[in-house]
Design a protein around this ligand. Structure first.
Ligand SMILES: [Zn+2]
Ligand SMILES: [Zn+2]
Length: 237
């Protein structure tokens, strides 16, 4: 993947670079202010290529793990696997709101969509974060990814369809069963929503057990969505 057409052009970024030097979100190397990551990380075989191998388009693994699991979403695009430098970039997006990371993830997902001719969606829906947590963090990382994809696909973002209620415990410490159980209790649809059978692109940062994506896909389909395609920065190994 050479030919780095992905460049910043704003004067704001140029000025910012003198105060906060621009860095690659994957390896933390300093990079030219116009770049979103370094050429090395961009070209490295870090990125999932659905067009190259036998990767399952649902769970994102070489050896499909979809058996025994009832998937409600129809397919999933992931930029990479949640390990090493891709993991670093996900954390940079999650905790530092790294637009560099968001841009790279969106670009890698978009290239796979283009390859598949799968770029037509009715809306983009980011997996919601509960209001309290979002206020504290200042942003929802799923929404940042959704914005970067929206810029490429020209598709509207709808963050008024799904709601996440407040929960004290963190997803990290939960087993797969607990995650599914919590997802069922925590995510719900806003009142009176109706989707006219369209295809929805559902964005989240990481696909782990798939319970959150599954629950959100279920809710969207209940509200009338025809197909739900997920897009995530990374899938866990
Ligand atoms: Zn790098
Ligand atoms: Zn699979």
């Amino acid at each position: 993947m050479s030919g780095f057409e992905l460049r910043k052009s704003g004067i704001k970024e140029l000025l910012l670079d003198t105060v906060f030097p621009n860095k690659c979100p994957l390896c933390s190397e300093a990079v030219y202010w116009k770049n979103y990551c370094c050429d090395k990380c961009f070209d490295k075989g870090l990125w999932i290529r659905y067009d190259k191998g036998d990767i399952c388009r649902c769970c994102g693994h070489y050896v499909c793990r979809c058996y025994n699991i009832e998937r409600v979403y129809d397919s999933c695009y992931s930029a990479g696997f949640y390990s090493e430098s891709v993991r670093e970039a996900v954390l940079a997006l999650k905790y530092e709101c790294s637009t560099n990371a968001a841009e790279i993830f969106a670009e890698m997902i978009y290239r796979q969509m283009l390859h598949d001719g799968n770029t037509d969606y009715e809306f983009i829906v980011p997996v919601p974060m509960n209001e309290r947590k979002q206020k504290k963090r200042g942003y929802n990382q799923a929404e940042i990814l959704a914005e970067r994809l929206s810029a490429r696909l020209g598709t509207e973002i709808r963050n008024d369809l799904l709601i996440h209620s407040y929960s004290r415990s963190s997803q990290h410490d939960r087993t797969a069963e607990e995650r599914a159980e919590f997802a069922e209790k925590e995510y719900y649809t806003a009142d009176n929503i109706h989707i006219n059978g369209g295809k929805i692109l559902l964005c989240d940062d990481v696909l782990t057990t798939g319970s959150t994506i599954n629950r959100c896909a279920y809710l969207l389909k209940e509200a009338g969505a025809g197909l739900v395609t997920a897009a995530v920065c990374a899938v866990t190994l």
